[in-house]
Design a protein around this ligand. Structure first.
Ligand code: FMN
Length: 346
């Protein structure tokens, strides 16, 4: 696939995701099925709640990450520059979109170094798709991308559904487990594996952890449907049965969190985390942190960098209020205990 067609495709993804057309239609992220247990005897000191955490050795100020989105032309790189600025102001990690466009060319090196510079000391995450890592020279390719971007962590996205629906999608993932193990052992930075909106199940996560992966971003169903994005791009019939395919985000978090009994890893809850309450529920279900993509893009479009920083600051002020009302002084108190299943909608 030519660099020009990758660029065009990324641009179309961005346009489609600037609205709500590609949201899941029949399936939700499942958070609405849970409610917090109000705790009338709270003694929590809200001003002393500390949500900062260690993200692969770096201290970050909020349990939030800007999900991998875009890059590759001036316009798209400028979005990354703004997101990098927001991440720097908040001291949170920022993910770059797939770096496939930068593999065989030096053309983007200047822009990529600008993004690194703008992000300052916050963790910067490189990104590539599963289809690209099954090639024999994946370690060499990723090492060169790490050099070009100065990224601290590398993310591999698993997107079989998207590739299946995409015209000329690359659906051959033969050798994926072996490739993941190899890059995890040889690229020299930590690896996170994510989905893009169809979710990582408990069994898939267990296999990843057995391979040595120490960061899992579930990117579950209920937010942006990547089948939906490709159906819109193809101008296909919107009744396509795969539009709503995937495991709801809440289900993924609950399943993957059980693996913490045996493995040490960072669990990132994402996929339709679009409000403070959803972020709080993901954390209460056991996610160490949350991440969002489309809602961040919407905030950037509507309010620029301060729109993004304001949203995240507000979200976590609300999270602290929820912790206060549920009697959780610390993130550990908040994990796992505070939700009940509900059926109280009118
Ligand atoms: C415009 C846009 C571009 C994206 N590009 C990538 C990408 O290049 N690599 C990747 O791993 N995920 C990509 N994603 C997927 C997101 O990182 C995220 O996993 C998914 O959209 C679900 O999160 P959300 O419901 O908060 O949007 C993209 C998302 C958006 C909105």
């Amino acid at each position: 696939m030519s660099e020009e067609s990758i660029r065009l495709r990324k641009k179309e993804h961005l346009e489609i995701c600037s609205g709500d057309a590609a949201a899941f239609r029949l399936k939700s992220n499942g958070f609405e099925k849970y409610d917090f247990r109000h705790y009338a005897l709270t003694e929590v000191e809200i001003g002393r709640i500390d949500l900062s955490l260690r993200f692969f050795g770096n201290k970050i100020d909020y349990p939030f990450m800007i999900s991998c989105m875009t890059g590759g032309s001036d316009e798209l790189n400028n979005i990354n520059l703004s997101l990098a600025e927001a991440a720097n102001k908040l001291n949170i990690p920022i993910g770059l979109g797939s770096l496939r466009y930068a593999i065989d060319t030096e053309e983007h090196n200047f822009h990529l170094s600008k993004i690194r510079e703008t992000a300052g000391g916050v963790p910067l995450l490189g990104n590539i798709g599963a289809a690209q890592i099954v090639s024999a020279d994946s370690v060499k390719i990723i090492k060169s991308l790490i050099k070009k971007t100065g990224c601290d962590i590398f993310v591999v996205h698993l997107n079989p559904l998207q590739e299946l629906i995409q015209k000329s999608g690359e659906i051959n993932f033969k050798g994926l487990r072996k490739a993941l193990k190899k890059i995890n052992e040889h690229i020299g930075v930590p690896v996170i594996v994510k989905e893009v909106g169809a979710g990582i199940s408990g069994d898939a996560a267990k296999e990843l952890l057995e391979l040595g992966i120490r960061g899992i971003d579930v990117a579950g169903a209920g937010g942006t449907s990547w089948a939906g994005v490709e159906i819109i791009r193809n101008k296909d019939d919107e009744n396509n049965e795969f539009w709503d395919w995937g495991l709801p985000t809440s289900q993924c978090i609950l399943e993957v969190n059980k693996l913490k009994n045996k493995y040490k890893f960072l669990l990132i809850g994402s996929g339709g985390v679009n409000t403070a309450e959803e972020a709080a529920k993901a954390l209460a279900m056991g996610a160490d942190m949350v991440a969002s993509a489309r809602v961040v893009l919407h905030q950037l479009n509507a309010g620029g960098v301060t729109g993004v920083t304001g949203m995240i600051q507000n979200w976590f002020e609300t999270v602290k209020k929820i912790m206060y009302l549920t009697g959780a002084q610390t993130k550990e108190d908040f994990n796992n205990k505070l939700l009940m299943q509900v059926n109280n909608t009118r």
